[in-house]
Design a protein around this ligand. Structure first.
Ligand code: NAP
Length: 258
């Protein structure tokens, strides 16, 4: 399917690896010029080189997107964009008994206020041009809380509330905002969470992975490529009637009727 976005310009934050990279790659394949960001230069440049293979232009900004300076550097390099995919690392696992205010503030900064700041800066240009697409990478924890990821549950719920209201305000101007909610995907983040189980329970990585896969009706982890393909569709010309949705990509893991 032609996504109809060849020649558009996109910013994808936290995009050197994992789900962010999957989104950037699917957009590159659709002919979209990219600005991509991550903290580590090496992986970021390697990803940029791979994406240029699709014949699109790729600008890199090595910075922590959750800091004031990082956000400013990314926005300066991005200029005007038609498509925004927001992403950042997820908060660490832990327990409500030990988290203090600083832990919550950090999670809120990374997973709520940073995407909101990106949207606030970039949506006015989209509105002026009468077309725009925003996809926020959030988590299944928004719909079905994961106890050990309480910081994620809390911060991402705030972003979800913001998107629910704001998406209806910008839709009349041709701008759509939607959230993509990953369940378990085969990325460094999933490996880190598996390692946590290995340490806590004295099991092997294979056992940890098999145990978590068994909880998913699809019986496997998702891939960054299939996640990216869904993201690119939401950014396409065909998705203009999808507004303010929270789309779960979890292999059926959340058991619910609606
Ligand atoms: P990942 O494989 O660890 O990749 C994270 C990417 O983001 C890397 O490119 C990393 O590069 C970059 N990054 C992290 N923190 C950053 C920051 N502060 N500023 C700029 N770039 C940053 O993670 P992932 O699995 O793709 O996860 C992406 C998001 O989805 C996370 O918020 C995660 O919590 C959420 N999620 C993932 C899963 C899953 O199963 N994978 C499930 C639910 C939710 P640098 O480290 O070099 O900056």
């Amino acid at each position: 399917m032609d996504l109809g976005i060849r020649g558009k310009r996109a910013l994808v934050t936290a995009a050197s690896k994992g789900l962010g990279r999957g989104c950037a790659e699917a957009l590159a394949e659709a002919g979209v010029d990219l600005v991509i960001n991550a903290r580590g230069v090496e992986a970021l440049e390697a990803t940029a080189t791979a994406l240029r293979g699709y014949g699109v232009s790729v600008t890199t900004v090595a910075a922590d997107i959750t800091t004031h300076e990082g956000l400013a550097a990314v926005l300066q390099a991005a200029g005007e964009v038609d498509i925004l995919v927001t992403n950042a690392g997820g908060p660490p696992p832990g327990s409500w008994e030990t988290w203090v205010k600083a832990d919550y503030l950090k999670a809120i900064e990374a997973n709520m206020l940073t995407p909101i700041a990106l949207m606030t800066a970039l949506m006015p240009g989209m509105i002026e041009r009468g077309w725009g697409r925003v996809v926020n990478i959030t988590s299944q924890s928004v719909k079905a809380p994961i106890a050990a990821l309480g910081l994620s549950n809390a911060a991402r719920a705030g972003l979800t509330g913001f998107v629910a209201g704001t998406s209806r305000q910008v839709a009349p101007q041709g701008v759509t905002i939607n959230n993509l909610l990953p369940g378990i995907h085969d990325t460094d983040r999933a490996t880190a969470l598996d390692s946590g189980m290995v340490k806590a329970r004295g099991i092997t990585m294979e056992e940890a992975r098999a145990e978590r896969s068994a909880t998913i009706p699809a019986r496997r982890y998702g891939t960054a490529a299939e996640f990216g393909a869904t993201c690119a569709f939401l950014c396409s010309q065909h998705a203009g009637y999808i507004v303010g949705q929270n789309i779960l990509l979890d292999g059926g893991a959340m058991n619910s009727t609606l």
